[in-house]
Write a protein that binds this ligand. Structure first.
Ligand code: MN
Length: 251
């Protein structure tokens, strides 16, 4: 994309964001249920997408305050840091996120650490919000068949996933990766690392940083891991599974 058309796009996006931000405040005053957080103003090529559900939609499993802080502050900070990095390294905004993460070691040492943490965080949280939601249903079809075949069935899968998330020392993530042939595997990563950095694709994952659960669960990460399953959007995961097999799954 030329710099002119990119600038034009960014201007258009900024205008769009401003136009949807104002009604959100009115809605929040009129209704007891909080609205989904608005997207951050576009100040660069990276944008924070608004949640597609209200912040209290995942209660009682994840509380609204945690969702607000997590999305509007933590995730927003990763996006803002990437936009700052893109000011001096505009190439960061010119290619798909998964391409940058998949070639993280090719980056200059001066920005590698920033990109690893902040673009990794942006990718991980973008996936995270998208695979959660109210009334998420149950796994079925090809995803359920793959869970049965590769992960020993739902009960063993959930037990092993929770155990892996519980073992992750300090901050990090527990993921299910999906190969192009549809094969699934449970993997953990520290900090904001992603399996995408190893050329893999993520079907789903859970954030085990303390900021994801501390208000409600304090140090009881196992309780959070167990409750989190109630928030999983299986229809979205089925979409991601099909995309992975088609080779079109990004972050
Ligand atoms: Mn997080």
């Amino acid at each position: 994309m030329s710099s002119i058309s990119r600038r034009h796009l960014m201007t258009a996006t900024a205008g769009l964001t401003a136009s949807v931000a104002a009604p959100r405040i009115v809605f929040a005053q009129a209704a007891p249920a909080p609205a989904a957080p608005a997207a951050a103003p576009a100040t660069g090529p990276f944008t924070l997408s608004a949640l597609t559900y209200p912040t209290n939609a995942l209660e009682p499993h994840i509380d609204a305050k945690t969702m607000e802080i997590h999305h509007d502050r933590h995730h927003a900070a990763y996006v803002a840091n990437m936009n700052t990095a893109a000011k001096t390294n505009p190439q960061l905004g010119a290619v798909p996120i998964e391409n940058i993460l998949g070639n993280i070691n090719a980056l200059d040492d001066s920005i590698k650490f920033t990109v690893r943490n902040n673009l990794g965080g942006h990718a991980n949280h973008t996936m995270f919000w998208s695979i959660m939601g109210p009334n998420g249903g149950k796994p079925e079809g090809e995803v359920l068949a793959a869970i049965d075949k590769d992960l020993g069935g739902m009960e063993k899968f959930q037990t092993d996933f929770n155990a892996a998330g519980g073992r992750q020392f300090g901050s990090g993530w527990v993921f299910v990766t999906v190969a192009k042939d549809g094969k699934l595997a449970i993997e953990t990563r520290p900090n904001q690392d992603s399996p995408i950095m190893d050329g893999k694709r993520v079907l789903m994952g859970n954030d085990v940083w303390e900021h994801a659960y501390y208000l409600n669960y304090q140090n009881r990460r196992p309780d959070y891991l167990k409750a989190w399953w109630n928030t999983v959007n299986w229809a979205k995961i089925a979409e991601r599974y099909a995309a992975a097999k088609a080779g079109t799954l990004g972050v």
